[in-house]
Write a protein that binds this ligand. Structure first.
Ligand code: NAP
Length: 358
């Protein structure tokens, strides 16, 4: 093993020179509540407005989360000059239209993962943001966690040797009913877009875009992917095994295996967690790293808010830690996997057995 101590985590600490932005919110549902509370408690950022499709819901959310203005439509909120950045937390099927509207209003925009329902939609958003000269980023909070800065530094230093494999999963026993957003094609449902995107973005950070995608899995009766296993080949040199499911809970860990050592990101790997690096020798002793901050669970959603403010303050129009091109590329891999699953389902229905997916 070529390293003896973990690098220092790089933290997006609040009040480190970033501007205090005025935030607006579209889609005041479950995760929006967690995000707003985390931002208010752990950052210098403030939500000043919330828009729902119902004024009553917006008003109730505003009062519960300490937000001064409530609107019964996104358009009314977007017309307000005192909103600098818009956080969109609606289901993925609404991200494109709402994102384009917010960008057209000249706002900086952060959209919950997945940025959009497909690579084509994500590209449209990226193009619109670039034309408007404002910041657009996907709210992929894992990218901004302290542990992720440590993983990036380990990889940059070659601490694991050459990376030859990634193994990661995200499965939850959600078992959504047919009307749930996760079951609906029109709302961008399915395990891959909602959960599988976490191991996929992890793999992309470590190894970049795959050169070959092979997927196998199953669809729900409503036609979205219920579970999937992906084998990604990277230039014939490294292979990734990624799984996702919305009907059962899987370990939710991640491994990066190198020629000299391997990194284990403990469950739940996309939340604040601990790391260990172990040499590839059979009797090597693991070295452990723990998140030195006190932010755990959804409180850690706050890191991405301070990161966004820092990027805006620096004049960046996208996240240097998760570019729009990379976001589009990850969605293209999901598109390809979903196409293979749909072809397999058609093949099964036609009595042809399971397609190769290759
Ligand atoms: N970062 C994370 O850890 C995390 C965790 C969970 C979810 N997420 C992501 O956050 C997003 C929202 O997930 P959620 O579970 O919070 O969703 P949710 O609670 O089901 O819905 C969010 C809100 O979007 C609005 N909405 C619902 N259907 C809509 C439609 N057809 N068109 C436009 N707006 C609609 C609703 O607000 P109004 O009706 O009041 O307008 C709803 O309250 C998803 O992209 C999901 O993947 C991220």
């Amino acid at each position: 093993m070529t390293f003896t101590a973990f690098p220092e985590a790089e933290l997006f600490l609040p009040e480190s020179g970033e501007p205090a932005l005025r935030w607006g919110l579209i889609g005041p549902g479950w995760i929006a509540g967690e995000f707003v509370d985390a931002v208010h408690e752990h950052t210098a950022q403030r939500f000043v407005a919330v828009a729902s499709r119902s004024l009553d819901r917006a008003t109730a959310f505003a009062s519960e989360h300490g937000i001064e203005s409530a609107f019964g439509s996104a358009a009314k909120m977007l017309a307000r000059p005192d909103v600098d950045v818009v956080y969109i937390a609606s289901p993925p099927g609404a991200h494109l239209a709402e994102g384009l509207a917010a960008l057209a209003a000249g706002k900086h925009v952060i959209i919950e993962k997945p940025l959009a329902s497909s690579a084509v939609e994500a590209q449209l958003l990226a193009d619109a943001a670039r034309a408007a000269g404002v910041l657009l980023m996907e709210a992929m909070w894992t990218r901004y966690l302290p542990q992720t800065s440590v993983i990036r530094a380990l990889l940059a230093d070659g601490a694991l040797g050459e990376v030859r494999a990634v193994v990661a999963d995200h499965g939850q026993a959600i078992n959504p009913g047919p009307e749930h957003r996760l079951s609906r094609v029109d709302l961008g449902g399915g395990a891959l877009l909602d959960l599988g995107i976490y191991p996929l973005q992890f793999d992309s950070m470590v190894l970049g875009a795959p050169t070959r995608v092979t997927a196998i899995g199953g669809l729900t009766d409503t036609g979205v992917d219920e579970y999937a296993s992906l084998i990604l080949n990277h230039d014939g040199h490294a292979q990734s095994t990624l799984t996702t499911s919305m009907v059962t809970r899987t370990p939710n860990s991640a491994v990066v295996a190198g020629s000299e050592a391997h990194l284990f990101v403990a469950p739940t790997f996309y939340n604040p967690t601990s790391l260990s690096v172990t040499g590839n020798d059979h009797f090597a002793t693991p070295m452990h790293w723990d998140d030195p901050t006190s932010l755990r669970g959804f409180a850690a959603l706050s890191w991405e808010a301070t990161a966004l403010a820092r990027f805006v303050g620096e004049g960046s129009t996208e996240s240097p830690l998760h570019t729009l091109d990379e976001t589009v590329s990850i969605l293209a891999t999901i598109d390809e996997a979903r196409t293979q699953l749909e072809l397999q389902a058609i093949g099964s229905r036609a009595g042809q057995g399971i397609g190769s997916g290759a």
